[in-house]
Write a protein that binds this ligand. Structure first.
Ligand SMILES: [Zn+2]
Length: 548
């Protein structure tokens, strides 16, 4: 061994020891923090013109707040447990004399703890075995910071995705008690989404041909038991007082869309009295049109970090580091709590619309029609003609209904991934660039790349999870031209028997730019073939042409 490599080895060893010492020191500090009494807080300056805290909303619900059950509290004096106060007398919250500082202290009596560590005093995450074959073996996902649950917390982040910020506002403003416990009785699903082998097989995924998704099974971005939480984790919630929340809700509805009225009028859809119903006549309305019965499910993301990392082919530490850094350091426990494997990210979820009998989704003898749609608010809701999103969506809904009427089932999954998950601000900046730069199909993807740095951030690898949750084993008709969606689904182990692109007559003229660019980039097209060389010929309207 040469001298230099010896000294390298020694240096590496010293560095390792320093690292270990640093971790020990942090742990000691955390333990010390937990033991030392709370330092006296300086009194706030006398309120010269202190604004009285008028919280009318809290007052109106104070009776309910006052009686809300208090979760069992272990040893609330432990410093790390800086959750919200459960025994807080709510009348003081609404006291007109309380200052903002006092109110903050009432809401959050513990000191701010920026992070926690795995071997910290009294921290015992509730055991969670992702991919286990039963809810009992799997265990509940707990991300609550309430005193009765914070020690058992086995998930980072918060429920409701990005809406967790509005919850924070509600609590800060005094309109919501931080200890409010929802009453889930009467909220159970009216439609059965029953367990299937994809939800979990003991020891990891072990059914059929191993999907490319790897050892954590085909579901890593949602909690398959999310809609059954109050039922399957009743013991944990009622007997152990743990704050466990549903991350999925299933319900039924009637939908009414003018495009479906038009389809019935054209004779493209039939009123069958089961899926498509004649609407009741309304006074003063000549043609009340139709409505369609659907079952639907709203799903919040619940990420199993090792599974998500594996799906993307990156390491879990790298995934955690990127999530920590790119959320402005919002979740330090991504770094300090490698023992917690679940993260509820602050992003939008998805909604599933089911046309026909939901039980047919897992019945391979029934024809299944599918559309996976990524949100495009401008088109989907407001009818912007620069893209084909809404025509595609309504065409897919029609196809789903026709499939259901033939004795099959139709599924539309609507993902909150606005503007290819780049967001609307980026999307509109790209629109501006396109309109100023001569909107031609050859520049379509380049324009997005110039602004966002990438063409697309939707990364469809997690998308098929919801299909596996629904019990879908094969897709007869996929209404989509996206090769990324197709590849992700097939790679996850679900075969697609045929694909449908949007009929020519439904493509708004100005969105031809988008469609041609996509076809040239390899998207599925049953008819028109477009080459790179053709793209400069497909141009959209400029603003000047639209301003009269
Ligand atoms: Zn669109």
């Amino acid at each position: 061994m040469s001298t230099s490599s010896t000294s390298d080895a020694v240096l590496t060893q010293i560095l390792k020891q320093l690292d270990a010492m640093q971790v020990q020191q942090q742990t000691m500090q955390a333990k010390l923090d937990a033991l030392s009494p709370q330092p006296a807080r300086p009194e706030p300056p006398p309120p010269s013109s202190s604004r009285p805290i008028a919280i009318p909303a809290a007052r109106s619900t104070s009776a309910e707040l006052g009686t809300s059950p208090t979760p069992s509290v272990g040893s609330p004096s432990v410093g790390v447990m800086s959750g919200t106060a459960s025994s807080m007398p709510h009348h003081t919250l609404t006291s007109a004399t309380a200052t903002e500082k006092e109110r903050e202290r009432l809401l959050y009596p513990g000191r701010v703890n920026l992070t926690t560590y795995p071997d910290q005093h009294s921290i015992r995450p509730y055991p969670l075995q992702w991919g286990a074959s039963s809810p009992e073996a799997r265990g509940p996902v707990i991300c609550s910071r309430l005193p009765g649950s914070i020690k058992a917390r086995n998930a980072l982040g918060a429920h409701s995705g990005s809406y967790s910020i509005y919850r924070a506002l509600s609590i800060a403003l005094g309109s919501l008690s931080p200890t409010h416990k929802p009453d889930f009785s009467m909220t159970e699903p009216p439609v059965d989404i029953p367990p299937n082998p994809a939800w979990g097989a003991a020891g990891g995924w072990s059914m059929g041909p191993a999907p490319a998704s790897g050892g954590y099974g085909p579901i890593v971005s949602m909690d398959p038991y999310g809609h059954l939480v109050p039922q399957v984790f009743r013991r944990e919630m009622e007997e152990q007082g743990l704050d466990v929340r549903p991350s999925i809700a299933v319900t039924r509805a009637h939908i009414k869309m003018s495009e479906l009225d038009d389809a019935v009028r054209r004779g493209d859809l039939a009123v069958d009295g089961k899926v498509v119903l004649q609407s009741r006549p309304l006074p003063g309305v000549n043609e009340p049109g139709v409505e369609v019965t659907v079952s639907k499910a709203a799903v919040e993301p619940v990420w199993h970090l090792p599974g998500v990392a594996e799906r993307f082919g990156i390491s879990e530490p790298l995934l955690r580091r990127a999530l920590f850094e790119e959320t402005g350091g919002s979740y330090p426990e991504l770094i300090t709590r490698p023992d917690i494997k679940i993260f509820l990210p602050p992003i939008g979820g998805l909604t599933v619309y089911i046309f026909g009998n939901p039980a047919f989704m897992s019945d391979e003898s029934k024809e299944l029609t599918l559309r996976v749609h990524d949100e495009c608010n401008g088109s989907d809701v407001f009818g912007s003609d620069i893209c084909t999103c809404k025509p595609y969506l309504t065409y897919a809904i029609e196809e789903c209904i026709r499939g259901a009427q033939r004795g099959g089932v139709g599924v539309v999954v609507y993902f909150r991934k606005e503007g290819r998950a780049l967001g609307e601000v980026t999307k509109y900046l790209v629109y501006n660039l396109r309109k100023r730069g001569g909107d031609s199909a050859d520049k379509y993807f380049k324009s997005t790349e110039l602004i966002a740095g990438v063409k697309d951030m939707r990364f469809q690898a997690l998308m098929p999870d919801v299909l596996h949750w629904l019990g879908i084993r094969k897709i007869d008709r996929m209404v989509s031209m996206s090769d990324m969606k197709y590849d992700a689904i097939v790679k996850s182990g679900i075969p697609i028997l045929s694909r449908y692109d949007i009929p020519e007559h439904l493509i708004p003229p100005d969105s031809r730019v988008e469609i041609d660019a996509k076809i040239a980039a390899g998207y599925f097209s049953s008819g028109k073939q477009v080459t790179e060389a053709d793209l400069f010929k497909t141009v959209g309207r400029t603003w000047e042409e639209t301003e009269h």
